[in-house]
Design a protein around this ligand. Structure first.
Ligand code: PXP
Length: 254
């Protein structure tokens, strides 16, 4: 198993919550594409957007605009439904990240249950892969799920960092460190099975460094914190600060 740390960690900026603010008033601003273009200029290596079944933030026309306007790759997050598969096949984004979705949840609460749905998901991702989309599966740092993701032929897994971040915010540092240890072990397991490893959810300036130091992780997807921070300092400085913390942590780990 390689312990080599990939030098440059990619940052995917999730712009969903620009659309959340826009939709609070139902108008045309703030524009998620404008934020995405600004993020692109500020050093984002990709843009992530989640088209939810209920369209609570990103809409179909946002996806049209992002596909037409971005220079960097779009990571299209979606539930594993027939409707979303058809949309993804129409757009053929660079990456498709499958996430679980429950209407009543405030955000994506857990990882996808791949192990329980192996057969269906294997068939679901095949046409997306054939269309050239890099399929990623958002899962908990759990060996059963990682092994199932490898078996269904997904090239990428994104490890859910939400529990690690929640324990940090609650001040339960023993639980946080146990969760971090799990993420470290599971990233190594995933890479040993041939999977590319990404991570994200809930990351902030305070929690990003240990995740950036996991050698197998090559991409982080970060949104909500950056959009909140942008209210105070602006989007470009917020992204620059996150980028700097990621790079500093990565360099210190080498
Ligand atoms: N990765 C995935 C798969 C997600 O679903 C989300 C949230 O939409 C994120 C990363 C970004 O999480 P946050 O907005 O908490 O940074």
């Amino acid at each position: 198993m390689s312990q080599k740390t990939e030098s440059r960690l990619r940052l995917g900026v999730n712009i969903d919550h620009v659309a959340t603010v826009r939709n609070a008033r139902g108008g045309a601003y703030p524009d998620p594409l404008r934020a995405a273009l600004m993020a692109q200029e500020a050093g984002a290596d990709g843009i992530t957007a989640h088209l939810r079944e209920d369209r609570r933030h990103i809409t179909d026309s946002d996806i049209d605009a992002l596909m037409a306007g971005l220079r960097v790759p779009l990571n299209f997050e979606m539930a594993a439904t027939a409707e979303m598969q058809a949309i993804a096949l129409r757009h053929k984004p660079h990456a498709v990240c499958l996430v679980p979705e429950r209407r009543e949840e405030r955000t994506t609460e857990g990882g996808l249950e791949v192990a329980r749905e192996e057969n269906r998901l294997a068939h679901f991702i095949a046409p997306l892969r054939d269309a050239g989309c890099r399929v990623s599966i958002f899962i908990a740092a759990d060996a059963r799920q990682i092994e199932a993701a490898a078996r269904i032929g997904a090239p990428v897994v994104e490890l859910h960092t939400g529990a690690y971040c929640d324990f940090h915010a609650e001040g339960d540092f023993a639980a946080r460190d146990a969760e971090l240890a799990r993420l470290v072990d599971m990233a190594a397991l995933a890479q040993s099975l041939g999977l590319e490893v990404h991570a994200g959810h809930g990351l902030t300036y305070d929690t990003v460094a240990p995740i950036a130091q996991i050698p197998q992780v090559i991409e982080l997807n970060i949104g909500h914190f950056l959009m909140g921070e942008a209210i105070f300092v602006g989007l470009t400085p917020a992204i620059a600060e996150m980028r700097q913390r990621m790079d500093a942590a990565r360099a210190a780990a080498q």
